[in-house]
Design a protein around this ligand. Structure first.
Ligand code: F6P
Length: 366
């Protein structure tokens, strides 16, 4: 099939490196003589027929992507409330979920798209799989700071997030040591504790709690006491936002909003409340939150994002639809989206990384 026009969009939570993909897609597609429509705010742009070019043209061009390689966020906007199969609308004053996927299909054709490059995480890829089944020519590009997609060795954004957390731990180490405090740093990681584990090792943390290893408070307290007895009356703990105690659930804020994922909230505070009465040190909690998602991508993420964008355009040219690009070191390959979302990736509690962390004295509480 001869390609004349493609769409590109970013979905789910933003992630350093999204702009680098948009740039690579635009430059390589334009070099092939294709038109590139920048769909706005994930699939919502296909529901409402919104597309954007920062310079006011209809299509993205070289000018639009000039200078965006090093910028975090996404020039196309994004949303994690954009599932067209569960689209939230107001009816009779009440919010309800409806299926507007047929409208998305109709609008894809209305825009004259020959293919769509969708950059997103596991949620977005599941949506793309369903849209591909409705006949859309889709190529996926994986993104997630959580690194929870199994089909690719890693995703861009992860390294930047870990670098950010590591720098914060270094700073907190200074003040924790000065004040004899226990500092608990809460980091992102809904179901996968990779950010927490990597940054705990890189930052020399003493405690680390993960969604994959339910914790008991006593060993964590013991570690803090032991350190104090050995002349180090301070400790740093990294808490993944999805961490949970043995027999307990993760910490959430309120019920799930329609069309959205349930909000995680309070894992660090919960652990602090459990630890504080058992030790005679001040316990403080620092929630890094969205700081981890912003900022300029580190070079690894820029290179990976660029390679993903280039490969996605190649996939479109070869008619390799329903596929997602992936890193299988040292190559960028493409895999069926179905395979990419078949199973999530989580930290292996018995794996080498956890073993290395334990070997240097990190206490997981389980
Ligand atoms: O999936 C990436 C992620 O960063 C999760 O770690 C986190 O739970 C979620 O996004 C937060 O998203 P939001 O922007 O909706 O708060």
């Amino acid at each position: 099939m001869s390609i004349k026009r493609i769409g590109v969009m970013t979905g789910g939570g933003d992630c350093p490196g999204l702009n680098a993909v948009v740039r690579a897609v635009t430059l390589t597609a334009r070099a092939r003589g294709w038109e590139v429509l920048g769909i706005e705010d994930a699939t919502n742009g296909l529901v409402d027929l919104d597309y954007r070019s920062p310079h006011g043209n209809r299509f993205l061009d070289e000018q639009d992507v000039e200078g965006i390689l090093s910028r975090g966020g996404t020039i196309l906007g994004t949303s994690n409330k954009s599932d067209p199969f569960h689209y939230v609308v107001e009816r009779d004053g009440e919010k309800v979920e409806v299926d507007v996927s047929d409208r998305v299909v109709a609008n894809y054709h209305e825009l004259g798209l020959d293919a769509l490059i969708s950059i997103g995480g596991d949620g977005s890829m599941r949506i793309m799989q369903r849209l591909a089944a409705k006949g859309l020519n889709i190529v996926g590009v994986p993104k997630t700071i959580d690194q929870d997609l199994a089909a690719t060795d890693t995703t861009f954004g992860f390294q930047t997030a870990v670098q950010c957390v590591t720098e914060c731990i270094d700073r907190l180490q200074d003040t924790a040591e000065s004040h004899d405090r226990v500092m608990l740093v809460e980091v992102m990681g809904r179901d996968a504790g990779f950010i927490a584990l990597h940054s705990a090792i890189a930052g020399g943390a003493h405690l680390c709690v993960l969604p994959e290893i339910p914790y008991r408070v006593e060993p964590l307290v013991e570690k803090i006491r032991r350190r104090k007895a050995e002349g180090h009356p301070y400790s740093i703990g990294v808490v993944a936002e999805g961490a949970r105690p043995v027999g307990g659930a993760a910490s959430y804020e309120g019920p799930r909003e329609l069309g959205a994922m349930r909000k995680l909230f309070g894992a660090g505070a919960r652990l602090a409340e459990a630890i504080a009465p058992r030790i005679d040190l001040d316990v403080r909690v620092v929630v890094l939150g969205h700081i981890q998602r912003g900022g300029s991508p580190v070079q690894f993420d820029r290179v990976l994002a660029t390679r993903f964008g280039v490969k996605a355009v190649e996939c479109v040219a070869e008619g390799r639809f329903g596929h997602m690009v992936a890193l299988r070191t040292p190559d960028i390959v493409s895999v069926p989206i179905a395979e990419a979302v078949a199973r999530p990736r989580t930290v292996d509690p018995d794996g080498q990384l956890v073993a290395a962390a334990r070997a240097v004295g990190i206490e997981f509480g389980g």
